[in-house]
Design a protein around this ligand. Structure first.
Ligand code: ZN
Length: 303
């Protein structure tokens, strides 16, 4: 069924320009029309009386040249009359409230994963599809993320999109966790890589933070009563047949499938379990040292 709304032409133009400038940027948080939740409240993501959506979200992806915080500052500085308000990284700017300053944004989402751009509902402005002046906006193809290890001399990857390297290694994400909402909010989360259609693997700034997130996932499983080798791995698969995975980890660790994996007080066995999973995810042994992995466990407990 064709939908009965459309996006303001000014925003279509803007998005096209951004995509041209940042062809490799990620779009996980991109959007125009509101979801059901948005539609219950007043939002520019809902079609207005002209059946036009006057708002757009563009994903924060500094590693691929789109730092949405800087872009928000940049757009504000351009004084383009088409913009009505902007929300970015805990700040809101609205030309009708105060034409110069950012104010603290207190809405539910801090908008640190995307910039929200609303244009004026006046059709003469909303549908003004002239090219936006984006001159002077400094973007570079080089990642602006300082990838590192939290351990001096530790192994890490600064090539998150190099497909010649196993995904879980290049993304500093040894457990190959998907970029779910809580993972996106986790310390060290940078961005994600769409490794297969609709499947986004999280990228972390350091592999220790990747281990932390894995530990946190195990903790979440434990809270849900998922504690054995077999149950953990099957939950990991989310419904796929993971019997090969269970067999692999079981034979590598010598833990039976119904062995309970302890997250506290037995790091040597937890380490063996983690390394077996990391090996299965990567297809090769994890390049991380035992000390790096154990540091991840410790930091996760303190997080
Ligand atoms: Zn928005």
């Amino acid at each position: 069924m064709p939908h009965d709304w459309r996006v303001a032409k000014s925003l279509v133009t803007l998005l096209g320009q951004v995509n041209e400038l940042c062809p490799n940027r990620h779009k996980d948080w991109d959007g125009t029309i509101g979801d059901e939740k948005h539609q219950q409240s007043k939002s520019d993501h809902n079609p207005d009386s002209h059946r036009v959506v006057c708002a757009m979200d563009i994903t924060h992806d500094p590693a691929n040249g789109f730092d949405s915080y800087k872009f928000a500052d940049f757009l504000k500085s351009k004084h383009d009359r088409r913009i009505q308000y902007l929300i970015s990284n805990g700040r809101i700017w609205n030309r009708d409230v105060h034409p110069e300053i950012w104010r603290t944004y207190t809405g539910a989402s801090p908008h640190d994963h995307h910039v929200h751009i609303s244009v004026d509902h006046d059709p003469a402005l909303a549908d003004d599809n002239r090219t936006w002046d984006l001159s002077g906006w400094k973007i570079g193809p080089k990642p602006q993320v300082a990838f590192h290890s939290l351990m001096p001399g530790g192994i890490y990857s600064d090539i998150p999109y190099d497909r010649s390297v196993p995904t879980s290694i290049r993304t500093n994400n040894p457990g190959a966790l998907n970029a779910s909402d809580w993972v996106k909010a986790y310390p060290g989360y940078v961005s994600s890589d769409e490794t297969s259609p609709g499947n986004f693997t999280a990228i972390f700034q350091s592999p220790e933070e990747g281990v932390m997130a894995w530990w946190d996932l195990m903790q979440r499983y434990r809270t849900a009563g998922v504690v054995t080798v077999s149950d953990i791995i099957n939950r990991y698969g989310g419904g796929q047949d993971y019997s090969d995975y269970v067999d692999f980890v079981s034979s590598r660790t010598q833990f039976s499938p119904d062995h309970e994996v302890k997250l506290e007080g037995d790091d040597q066995n937890l380490l063996e379990f983690a390394k077996a999973m990391f090996r299965y995810e990567g297809g090769v042994d994890t390049p991380l040292s035992d000390e790096q992995i154990m540091l991840g466990f410790r930091l996760a407990r303190e997080a």
